[in-house]
Structures are given as C-alpha cells and as structure tokens.
Design a protein around this ligand. Structure first.
Ligand SMILES: C[S@@+](CC[C@H](N)C(=O)[O-])C[C@H]1O[C@@H](n2cnc3c(N)ncnc32)[C@H](O)[C@@H]1O
Length: 330
C-alpha cells in the first residue's frame, strides 16, 4: 500500500492526488473487461453513492449480516476487550464505522481507548467518520489511512496492545488466495499481544443467502449498477447502467454468492479515458462481486494457513454469522 495517513484531532494528510480516489481503476477496468469472463473488482462500488447505498443495504430486512454481526459484537465486545486490553483499534475497510463504536465503547469503559486507525479507500467517508468519532470520544486520536488493504500495509501505530478488525464479511469479497495474502499481511503486522477479529458470513440455506443479495426494494441492484457509474465518472465511460440486469446467486461449488451485471441486449460501450471499446453479447455478464460463505473449519484453516491461531469463535443461535478472534500462531 502506498497509503496516505492522517491524524485527526484533527490533522489530515495529503489529498488523494492526481489519480483521484481509485489509483488503479484504469488498469483494473482494462484488465477486467478485456478478459473472458468479464469481471470488475468490488472495491469500485464504493464511491460516495456506493457507500451510501451500502449503508442502506445494511438496514434491509433481507440483509441479516449487519444486524447479526452487530448483535454478536455487542455480546462479546466486553470480554474481548477485557482479555486483550487493547489501547489501539485498527480497522480494515472501516466504512461508516457504525459497529466499530461498540468496540470503542468497550475500550473507553475500561479506560483503555487511545487510538483508532480506520483504513479505507474512501477518503470522504474516512474524513467524516474521523471527525464524528473525534467529537464523540474526547481525547481519541484518529489516524486514518487512505489505501487499499489488498496491498501490504507498511505502517501502523506502534502503541499496543492493538485489536485489529476486519468486519462486515468484507474478507468474503476476496478470493481464497486474496484472503490468505491479506491475512498474512495482518499476521506480519501483529505483535504477540495483539489480536485480530474478523467477521465472516456462514454457509446456510441457499434461499436465505440469495434473498440477502436480491432485496425486494432493489437497493442491491442499484449498488451493483453503481460500479458502471463509477467507470463513467472517472474514466469517461459510456455505460448505460439500465442496459444491465442485476443477478446474484449462490455458487455452491465455490461456496460463495456471485453478483453479476448481465447485458440485456448485445451492445458496445466505449470508455474514452482508456481508449477502450467493450463488446457485450446479449446475456453476457460482468462478475462484480464474490461473497464467500464459510464454515468454522474453513475459517480456522485459513487463519492457520496465514500464521494465525483461533482463540475464540462466536456465532448467533441460528449460525448465520461468526466472529473469530485470533492471535499469532507462534
Ligand atoms: C462491505 S463494506 C464494510 C464496511 C464496514 N466495515 C461494515 O462492516 O459495515 C466494505 C468497506 O471496505 C472498503 N473497501 C473495499 N475494498 C477495499 C480495499 N481494497 N481497500 C480498502 N478499503 C476497501 C469500502 O470502501 C467499504 O467501506
């Protein structure tokens, strides 16, 4: 990661620079739309509109993930904080930080809370949340890092013990290799007294899974199509998002939900800033997201492969979602 770091209370570092909020968008779009089958990385959903749509998704009745993870965090935050006594909370893909407050409150109640390090691509959301948290938690140092968590993170504050979190089932958006690479980076950053807390969605009834990504109000469909608007905005693309249908289904073999945008008719789309014309056949799809679903054995094995040891596993009574706390293997 070539991150930009800023500290709040409140000092912001350099702005994003010439490449805007998505420095690798051009190469990723060219690579993704010239391969067969076509795909785009899900990180490009999250401009301001995409982030706002994601917040709406989190409150949908079909989207059990957020409320289940929130309830689990509420249940275990006190015990987790009491067991590792963190003074710094580091959060990958922090977004709106709503659930984070449960952990910050637990740290504050024990007089431990010193520093919060949100890491996200979306600078606007980072700045807003840093401002809000600084106001709500007097004395809290907020050190935001604007960067891509799929790149190695080189810098983290040294004040420990640290609790490092990756919530919202975001790890499920990574392929197996991507997830292992990410977890290895986390393991490299951890000191023996630090802990890592990850939220994972679990394998379950296909109907429940598919409903969560095909909500009746169509918010997920709008979120999905927003990736085309991001390309239009930042790369002078000529996508007409409504020429694509939202498709989300469970791929049992790979244990994941896949989200696609399917061309309703054959047509061409030019993306002027990268001098690319993309042909779509009728029914051809762009895969825009995977969301992997795990069992406890799968999570434990992934952590171990990356050099981490599971310390505690918490799930709700319906086994919809899980939080895993881990530490360095050796
Ligand atoms: C699924 S949302 C989860 C947000 C929040 N953690 C939650 O639990 O509600 C994913 C978040 O990660 C951020 N994100 C996605 N890909 C990223 C990447 N490669 N590097 C940094 N942030 C990323 C998005 O901007 C978004 O805020």
């Amino acid at each position: 990661m070539a991150p930009q770091q800023w500290e709040s209370k409140i000092h912001f570092g350099p702005a994003s620079g010439d490449n805007g909020p998505f420095p690798h968008l051009a190469e990723d779009v060219r690579r993704g739309l010239t391969r067969i089958p076509k795909e785009l990385p899900p990180k490009y959903f999250y401009d301001a509109r995409g982030s706002a749509l994601f917040e709406q998704i989190c409150e949908l009745p079909e989207y059990y993930l957020t409320r289940t993870e929130r309830a689990l965090l509420t249940q275990i935050a006190g015990e987790v904080v009491a067991s590792c006594r963190p003074v710094t909370l580091v959060e990958f893909g922090s977004g709106s930080c709503r659930k984070t407050r449960i952990l910050l409150d637990a740290m504050a109640r024990r007089g431990l809370l010193d520093c919060y390090v949100p890491i996200d691509l979306n600078e606007d959301v980072l700045r807003q949340t840093a401002q809000a948290l600084s106001e709500d938690y007097p004395g809290l140092r907020v050190q935001g890092v604007i960067g891509d968590f799929e790149q190695p993170v080189e810098i983290l504050p040294t004040g420990g013990p640290r609790l490092v979190t990756f919530l919202g089932s975001t790890i499920g958006n990574l392929t197996h290799d991507g997830a292992i690479g990410f977890l290895r980076n986390v393991a490299r950053l951890l000191a023996p007294e630090d802990r890592f807390l990850v939220g994972t969605d679990l394998v379950k009834d296909v109907r429940v899974l598919e409903r969560a990504y095909n909500d009746a109000a169509g918010v997920t469909a709008a979120f999905n199509r927003n990736i085309l608007s991001v390309i239009n905005k930042h790369l002078d693309g000529r996508f007409e998002p409504n020429r694509f249908e939202h498709l989300a289904f469970y791929n049992k073999e790979d244990s994941r939900i896949e989200m696609h945008l399917v061309a309703r008719q054959s047509h061409q789309v030019s993306i002027d800033a990268i001098d690319l014309t993309v042909e779509f056949a009728r029914g051809e799809s762009i895969r825009t997201e995977i969301s992997c679903k795990y069992t406890s054995a799968m999570v434990e094995a992934m952590l171990a492969e990356a050099g981490l040891r599971l310390l505690r596993w918490d799930t709700d009574k319906d086994r919809l979602f899980a939080l895993s706390l881990s530490t360095l293997l050796h």
